[in-house]
Design a binder for this molecule. Structure first.
Ligand code: ADP
Ligand code: GLC
Length: 486
């Protein structure tokens, strides 16, 4: 280790993931995988990323015949901050309609086990130096269940020549669990269908194999790392996770502050800094109100929501508060996609209050950025939240986050209670409990601040905008973790 640092030889890491911004994204996983290479470069780590060759990432490069083959280069190592980005070209698994995990009708692709196992096998071969001119990597860093089988495949390929592995849990709710009769789809000998590897209560669990066998396991915040060791948030894996002891580490996510920068953001009508936030945010609010034909008012408090629509995110709790918010003079602007039932309930609220509530069902980076700039508050009342990124982007854009008292949310938001206001450190509002009463009380606090304490809310906004929400500290943490494995 000392030798590497003194000789300045970069440490070479292969990052294996099913999403990477800006190539393919369904949630925060993509943001993290996309931001880490540039952040880690500052710490002497050279990251190559491999993602599946989905149809959506292929067309841009397909025409060039040099790109045909098992691996397609999506970005060269020297092109910008992303490092070398490869796509595993397995047309039978990935060149098809639909999203990364679900088909056009919203159902899981029926062959997800074999799709992502094939991807993991290809990634393990690359890591081991079996592909092209890429020599073996120093460390493999796999993310979430879709990449978890890389640990088993590496073990199989390298037979007794271990390569250190780091496995990051972004969301324990998704484990890649399939019937035991499908084990052959993993592409490993039957001996791996064993309690020391993939077998979990008779099923195949991709995530479990990596939780148990990766050299180190990380979770995306310290609080979440602790929560998943208990039964309430452990999704059946808590004992295994607790059993990893010091090999389970919490490293909180950062925000890509180049992508999220109100000073340069092309999606905003008027860019701003913390000094000019009042003007910049007023322009964004006016633009958003006009875009959705909402009542034009600079005074009305605007609550924003940008989220996957799922039970995890507490969307039902928000829907139940909308009438009350409108009654008390607020506006609500929502961008989200996912659960059709939740979408229908939000659409009904928008129809009921056409001049005060707007709901856009879908996915849009540009609208998301505009909402962050326009909103006075951003809602994140999650039932569980491994880290969460929107409370970070909200702070950076001067939208006060209203968050649940759990997971990465409490590691990244300081509740603006009276003591925090006196000490001038508050950056948001933390619910006391994730239920109607907890959210209702938090919304009352938000409205009281907005309507009656302009100095306090200005301070909270400024604290949030100057908070260190970037990657620096955690990138240093990952770099130190990698080095400890050599
Ligand atoms: P999760 O990964 O659980 O969905 P995170 O807060 O970690 O939650 O990350 C979500 C990411 O996806 C953020 O970058 C957020 O801005 C973005 N996002 C979520 N829904 C949408 C949407 N409908 N349109 C645009 N961006 C979205
Ligand atoms: C998951 C989690 C979210 C986290 C993201 C990136 O999607 O739900 O909390 O921020 O991964 O790590």
């Amino acid at each position: 280790m000392a030798k590497r640092e003194t000789s300045k030889t970069p440490l070479r890491v292969l990052s294996v993931a099913s999403e990477m911004y800006p190539f393919v994204k369904t949630g925060g996983l993509a943001d993290v995988v996309g931001a880490l290479p540039a952040a880690l470069r500052q710490h002497g780590v050279e990251v190559t990323t491999i993602i599946p060759g989905y149809r959506a990432v292929l067309p841009k490069t397909k025409a060039a015949s040099k790109h045909q083959g098992d691996l397609i280069t999506l970005a060269q190592g020297d092109a910008g901050g992303s490092g070398l980005v490869l796509a595993a070209n397995v047309p039978a698994a990935f060149d098809r309609a639909g999203g990364p995990y679900i088909d056009e009708n919203g159902f899981d692709h029926p062959d997800n086990l074999s799709r992502f196992s094939t991807f993991a096998q290809r990634a393990a071969e690359v890591a081991a130096g079996l592909y092209r001119d890429l020599s073996a990597f120093d460390i493999v860093h796999a993310h979430d269940w879709q990449a978890a089988a890389v640990v088993g495949h590496l073990h199989h390929i390298l037979k007794g020549r271990p390569l250190p592995t780091v496995f990051t849990i972004h969301n324990l709710a998704f484990q890649g669990r399939f019937g035991g009769e499908c084990f052959q789809d993993v592409g490993l000998p039957a001996s791996y269908f064993d309690r020391d590897w993939f077998e979990f209560y008779g099923d195949v669990s991709l995530l479990k194999s990596a939780v148990l066998r990766a050299t180190k396991v990380t979770a995306v915040s310290e609080t979440y790392a602790a929560e998943i060791c208990g039964p309430a948030q452990g999704f059946g894996l808590n004992e295994l996770l607790a059993g990893r002891g010091a090999d389970l580490v919490g490293l909180v996510n950062g925000l890509d502050t180049a992508v999220w920068d109100p000073e340069t953001d092309p999606a905003l009508p008027l860019t701003y800094t913390s000094r000019t936030a009042a003007k910049g945010k007023a322009a964004a609010k006016a633009a958003l109100q006009s875009q959705f034909s909402l009542e034009t008012s600079a005074e009305k408090p605007l609550f924003g929501l940008v989220s996957r629509l799922s039970d995890q995110k507490g969307i039902d709790l928000i829907a139940a508060q909308i009438d009350g918010l409108v009654f008390r003079g607020a506006q609500v602007v929502i961008l989200g996609s996912g659960d059709p039932g939740l979408a229908a309930s939000l659409a009904a609220k928008a129809r009921q209050h056409p001049t005060q509530v707007a709901f856009t069902e879908g996915y849009s980076e540009a609208l998301s950025h505009l909402i962050h700039a326009a909103a006075d508050f951003l809602l994140v009342p999650s039932r569980f939240e491994p880290c969460g990124l929107t409370q970070l982007s909200a702070q950076r854009y001067g939208a006060v986050p209203i968050v649940s008292p759990l997971g990465g949310l409490v590691d990244t938001v300081i509740d603006a209670n009276p003591a925090a206001l006196r000490a001038e450190v508050g950056t948001g509002i933390i619910l006391r409990s994730v239920d109607p009463e907890g959210l209702g009380t938090a919304l009352n606090r938000a409205l009281a601040l907005y309507n009656h304490d302009p100095e306090a809310i200005a301070q909270v906004i400024e604290n949030g905008m100057s908070a260190d929400v970037g990657w620096h500290a955690s990138a240093a943490g990952y770099a130190a973790l990698y080095r400890s494995l050599l």
